[in-house]
Design a binder for this molecule. Structure first.
Ligand code: NAG
Ligand code: NAG
Length: 361
């Protein structure tokens, strides 16, 4: 409620000052190509800007959009131009994003772009400077995912069976380059910890299992969490490793989690799980080793299906904010970006707010 009131106040203030009023961006022009929705997205570390690739149902070409994020009022997003369906995006810092694009056979090109955005009212629509090619890498296998570790300056490209490590180097604050330096074979039955700060890589096995392991996630201060599953159709269990101790969290939970999201401060975690033909986020306080009291995750109210989410922080009013991709077919909504906010200390049924950030459907 506070947020809604705030929006009203800002809208009034900008009107009074004769400033351009911010209004939601509707790209919903009825067309013969069907509806648009988000295909993939990347969020900057602060959580106040994103690059979004939008697909148009029945239409091959996708578009890249730029978004500045202020949960209290809508900043129009900008369509940057056509985008390649096989590209991957990640942010190197708040204002720089990197794109990995296949250019031929086994060659992938890496380029960066700087964003020009603000989230302060009256915000202008974000824009991006020309792409700057910073290098190429080779991979015989299709790349499936990319992850950037900012502290080590290492980009990891994940293929079906390998991890390709690439050092992203910034010289004197201007020129960027890349160096492909190591390929590691993935081992499905173990979780290995790789210290990226040293160029001599010796993976450290931290967990071995005959079960299927998934959703391996880092929390704050070296916490690591994952899900284990006996086999198809069995419920997934949550595991946590902290300070050399690992334990299975004693959950009182009827659903099978699919993803784990740590809060930025490590105090809580969220499980993304399906229930009643939809998918929601469930909040739980981080568990302690040897504590056998059952933990009952609390559902954060939302409509439709949440596909992915990132915890961006806690507001001065102690609301936790996540930004995620959500769709609601019952309302004709495709995948859109939302802020999902809640107070973890009170009954979330009355303490949540879902704020839509994009309007493609
Ligand atoms: C960023 O965009 C704004 C609005 O279009 C423009 O006024 C400003 O000059 C741009 N900044 C840079 C560094 O290009
Ligand atoms: C879910 O949808 C119902 C009906 O449209 C609405 O009243 C309710 O506020 C929605 N809940 C959330 C969390 O968006």
């Amino acid at each position: 409620m506070v947020l809604l009131r705030f929006t009203a106040v800002l809208a009034f203030a900008s009107f009074a000052l004769g400033l351009p009023r911010q209004s939601p961006f509707y790209s919903k022009t009825p067309n013969q190509y069907g509806t648009k929705e988000i295909d993939t997205w990347a969020l900057n570390p602060t959580g106040d800007a994103a690059v979004i690739r939008v697909k148009n149902e029945g239409y091959q070409q996708q578009e890249l959009h730029l978004l500045a994020i202020n949960a209290q009022y809508t900043i129009p997003s900008t369509c940057y131009g056509p985008a390649n369906t096989d590209d991957f995006y990640t942010f190197l810092d708040d204002k720089t994003f990197l794109t990995v694009s296949p250019i031929k056979d086994d060659i992938w090109q890496l380029s960066i772009q700087h964003l020009n955005y603000t989230t302060l009212p009256p915000a202008y629509p974000p824009s991006a400077f020309e792409p700057q090619i910073i290098g190429q890498i080779t991979s015989q296998k299709q790349i499936r995912q990319i992850v950037y570790a900012a502290k080590a300056g290492v980009l990891t490209l994940v293929t079906e069976s390998q991890l390709i490590l690439v050092k992203v180097i910034q010289d004197e604050g201007v020129a960027w380059s890349v160096k492909q330096y190591k390929t590691i074979l993935e081992n499905k039955d173990t979780i290995q910890l790789i210290d990226l700060k040293h160029e001599v890589i010796s993976p450290n096995v931290i967990h071995t299992s005959s079960q299927r392991l998934s959703a391996i996630t880092f929390g704050k201060n070296g916490q690591i969490s994952w899900l284990s599953q006996k086999g198809e159709g069995f419920k997934r269990h949550l595991w946590i490793l902290e300070g050399g101790t690992k334990w299975k969290a004693p959950l009182k939970f009827d659903h099978s989690p699919e993803q784990i999201i740590f809060s930025k401060d490590g105090s809580a975690l969220y499980l993304l799980a399906g229930h009643n033909h939809q998918k929601s986020l469930f909040h739980l306080w981080a568990s302690q080793p040897h504590d056998e009291r059952p933990i009952e995750p609390t559902r954060i109210p939302s409509n439709g299906t949440i596909h992915s989410a990132i915890h961006v922080g806690i507001t001065p009013l102690d609301h936790a904010h996540l930004i995620g991709l959500k769709s609601d077919a019952s309302k004709g909504e495709g995948k859109e970006l939302w802020v999902i906010s809640h107070s973890p200390h009170e009954d979330p049924t009355y303490n949540y707010e879902n704020i839509r950030l994009t309007y493609f459907t």
